[in-house]
Design a protein around this ligand. Structure first.
Ligand code: 1HN
Length: 370
């Protein structure tokens, strides 16, 4: 059957050794490939089967100061409400054709709420988290549980939980949103549903229900069955993260093991019901480098986004280097060698799609100079 619409398949006849010389028959064969929506492997194999990953995404750095300034202007000009749902401004990786994707699997955005403003309630199958680099005053309400958001906290919104946000303060607040939107979009697995029009819980508790039930180290409530695919802990508080990182560096100073590398402490946020990652598709970590220290050079399958939480330093990605400071965001594509050097004490938040690749037994890491 010949299609009436124009075929998206466009083939150039290869002019390479081992291929037949051009002829009218060969040209007709290639036009038939196009019209029947067929692509022969011999025209594609170089792109489909690279010897090692050749990501379309590029290494890139976005400046927090600039994002915040643009988010503020959006706050002045653009309302938040039904339809748009969120005043979230996504990082668009320069290698991904203008899509709102920080990497091929990860969405990263700055979200901004004005004083006394609400972001309406909805739910979706995409998994989400918030990370707060500065400010407070917003509560995110996850299935009715109000969760305070403050500097340094990691807040989880696992897939299919109703969630809305309300700013109960007299100051605006901005934070980082991370979601697996590009992955879910590519897989065709997205579902979305609106919730009640009003945020149902305007309570402003210091600690959420979920934290009171779950957030004690090594202790789980006997009443709760498990394991659950996402962590039941809604908020990982900065005081705990900070203390865990400080303790690793203190141990190092005492000559005891615990740091990942000299001057480099790191923790992974974990699901207490499994010991695994906080979300099925997203890994989250916090790293602390002493001034003058550097991470080892590392490349791995899958992509990540880093945000400088505190301090200043440099990030090296392949053959490029950028200076980075508080709030700056870094996209690291698959298999690009990455290292950070601390010019001051440097705290770094990192999230990645590693659980996807580990789940598929497709994760590879190479440590040290490539
Ligand atoms: C969403 O629900 C949030 O809940 C943030 O804050 C960003 C981007 C696309 C779709 C839903 C949020 C989002 C989003």
């Amino acid at each position: 059957m010949t299609s009436t619409t124009e075929s998206p398949v466009r083939l150039a006849m290869p002019d390479t050794p081992g291929q037949p010389a051009p002829s009218p028959e060969l040209a007709r064969l290639y036009r038939d490939f196009e019209s029947e929506l067929l692509v022969p492997l011999w025209t594609e194999i170089g792109d489909l089967m690279p010897a090692s990953p050749k990501p379309a995404a590029a290494a890139h750095v976005w400046r927090w100061a600039r994002l915040l300034e643009i988010a503020r202007r959006s706050g002045d000009l653009v309302p938040v409400g039904r339809g748009g749902e969120r005043r979230a401004i996504a990082l668009a990786n320069p290698g991904l054709g203008g899509a709102p994707y920080a990497t091929p699997t990860l969405w990263a955005a700055i979200q901004y709420l004005n004083p006394r403003e609400d972001a309406p309630v909805h739910r979706h199958t995409q998994h989400a988290f918030r990370f707060v680099v500065e400010g407070e005053g917003v509560w995110t309400v996850v299935d009715g549980d109000a969760v305070a958001m403050r500097r340094g906290d990691l807040l989880l919104t696992p897939g299919w939980r109703f969630h809305g946000h309300h700013n109960q303060s007299d100051t605006p607040m901005a934070w980082l949103d991370g979601l697996d939107i590009p992955f879910v979009h590519a897989m065709g697995s997205a579902f979305f549903e609106l919730g009640p029009d009003a945020v149902e819980n305007r309570a402003t508790p210091d600690r959420s229900y979920a934290e009171r039930l779950w957030a004690y180290p090594g202790l789980r409530p006997v009443s709760q069955p498990g394991p659950t695919p996402s962590s039941p802990i809604t908020a990982y508080r900065w005081e705990h993260t900070d203390a865990a990182l400080s303790a690793q560096l203190e141990l190092e100073a005492e000559g005891q093991p615990g740091v990942v590398a000299p001057g480099h402490a790191a923790i992974r946020f974990s699901n207490p019901t499994t010991g695994g990652d906080v979300l099925p598709t997203v890994r989250a970590e916090m790293h602390r480098l002493r001034a003058g220290a550097a991470t080892t050079v590392r490349r791995e399958v899958g992509s990540s986004v880093w945000q400088v939480f505190d301090g200043a330093g440099r990030v090296s990605l392949g053959d490029r280097e950028w200076r980075v400071e508080r709030g700056d965001l870094v996209a690291v594509p698959s298999w690009v060698p990455c290292s950070f050097t601390a010019d001051t004490d440097l705290d770094l938040f990192r999230f990645s799609d590693t659980p996807i690749f580990e789940g598929l037994h497709a994760h590879r890491v190479q440590e040290g100079q490539a």
